[in-house]
Each structure stands twice: as structure tokens, then as C-alpha cells.
Design a protein around this ligand. Structure first.
Ligand code: G3P
Length: 218
């Protein structure tokens, strides 16, 4: 399973990339707006220059024609841009057209197996089941990830990658890996949580203390 960072915060992305474990970034209009009033294009271009991998940037219009026009513009911002399109009827049509034009699509806001099947048939590069938001609504978000992975595996021609999104905590990452998700996109906070274990810290302290006592004795 690969790890993408789910943020538009430049410092977090730089720090994550330094660890050598982040191979992409996903953003959405909420994440972009959290970073203030910078120009959308400038922010996405900067992220694309930092990350050696796919960077998802979402369309911010809801009309089919406007979506298509905006998606083409976003796709031209950088070679590693992936356009995020919502999993709607129009979104599907837009995805089919963009995939014919070799523009990569991350079909977002996926909450059902049917949306995922249609997204793959439309040629989406990534499908993003929103795990946390399904959990919030009293459903099993990770069960959707597992179902989609299992179904895609049955059909060789469905090459869409499953990108587990709306990840809220480290256990979600473990479950996404067990479910066979190709990618988990995670907040920076969750990435840091994944690196930490109190037993590791206790172990380091003990090793260093033992080492210190021996060196003091020699
Ligand atoms: O990847 C989608 C993500 O940004 C949504 O997360 O926590 O707002 O449901 P959340």
C-alpha cells in the first residue's frame, strides 16, 4: 500500500516528503481553503513541484460543461496533476471524456460499490471511498474499501486503483492495508501517529542509559 498526504499545507507536505514514504498528495476545496486565500493554481503547482507523484486537485464547479473545461485547465497545471471529479452522473460522463483525452481522474466522494464499478468503467485512475465519513454516518467505511478491492480484482480490465480516503486515525491505515487498498491518503497528523510507539521511546531510553553506565564505568 502506498501513502499519500491528504493536505494542502506546504510545510506538512515538505516534512512528509522528507521521510521518503509519501508518494502523492490529495487536496480538496476544504483543505485548500484552510491554507488561506492563496491562488488555487499557484498552490497546486507548488505542491506538484514538491511531490514526485500524483497530486489530486478537485474541480470547484458543479455544471457538466464547466467541469470539463475546468478539469482540462487543472490538468495542464503540471504533469503530475490528477483531476478530482465527484462521483455523480455528470461526474461519470466528465470522467469518461477526460479519460479519452488521457487526463487522469480521481473519482472522489465515493460512498458505494456501484459508484466504484461505474468509475472504473469510465476510466478513472483512482477511486476514493470516503471511509471516515461513512463511519460517521454509522456505516462500515472500510467494508466498502474491501468490497471494491475484491470486485476490481475479479476483472483484469478494471485497472482503477483504490485510494482509501477520509482516513482519520492510524487504525484506519492498518485496516486499509489489510483490505488491499492500493493507497491510503492520510492527514499529516496520522502520518506522525503512525511513526510513534511509546515502547520504542522507552527502549531507546533504556539502551542509551545502559550504554552510558558502561561507558562511565570504563
Ligand atoms: O480525502 C478526503 C478527505 O479529505 C476527507 O476527509 O476527514 O473531511 O472526511 P474528511
Amino acid at each position: 500500500m502506498r501513502i499519500f498526504l491528504d493536505t494542502a499545507n506546504i510545510e506538512q507536505i515538505k516534512e512528509g516528503v522528507k521521510l521518503g514514504v509519501v508518494s502523492g498528495v490529495t487536496t480538496n476545496p476544504t483543505l485548500i481553503s484552510k491554507e488561506g486565500h492563496r491562488d488555487y493554481e499557484a498552490v497546486v503547482k507548488e505542491i506538484c513541484s514538491i511531490v514526485n507523484g500524483p497530486v489530486s486537485a478537485e474541480v470547484v464547479v458543479n455544471d457538466k460543461e464547466a467541469m470539463l473545461i475546468q478539469a482540462r485547465k487543472i490538468a495542464a497545471w503540471a504533469p503530475n496533476v490528477v483531476v478530482k471529479i465527484p462521483s455523480t452522473t455528470y461526474g461519470l460522463e466528465v470522467t469518461s471524456q477526460l479519460s479519452k483525452e488521457n487526463i487522469k481522474v480521481n473519482l472522489t466522494l465515493c460512498f458505494s460499490v456501484n459508484q466504484a464499478i461505474l468509475g472504473a468503467l469510465a476510466g478513472a485512475t483512482f477511486i476514493s471511498p470516503f471511509v471516515g465519513r461513512l463511519d460517521d454516518a454509522g456505516h462500515d467505511g472500510m467494508a466498502l474499501v474491501k468490497d471494491v478491492v475484491d470486485i476490481y480484482k475479479k476483472y483484469e480490465d478494471l485497472t482503477t486503483e483504490v485510494l482509501a480516503a477520509s482516513i482519520r486515525h492510524p487504525l484506519h491505515c492498518v485496516a486499509a492495508a489489510k483490505a488491499g487498498a492500493h493507497i491510503a491518503t492520510i492527514p499529516y497528523k496520522v502520518l506522525l501517529q503512525m511513526t510513534q510507539n511509546p515502547l520504542t521511546d522507552v527502549g531507546i531510553e533504556r539502551f542509551l542509559a545502559d550504554w552510558q553506565s558502561v561507558s562511565e564505568g570504563t
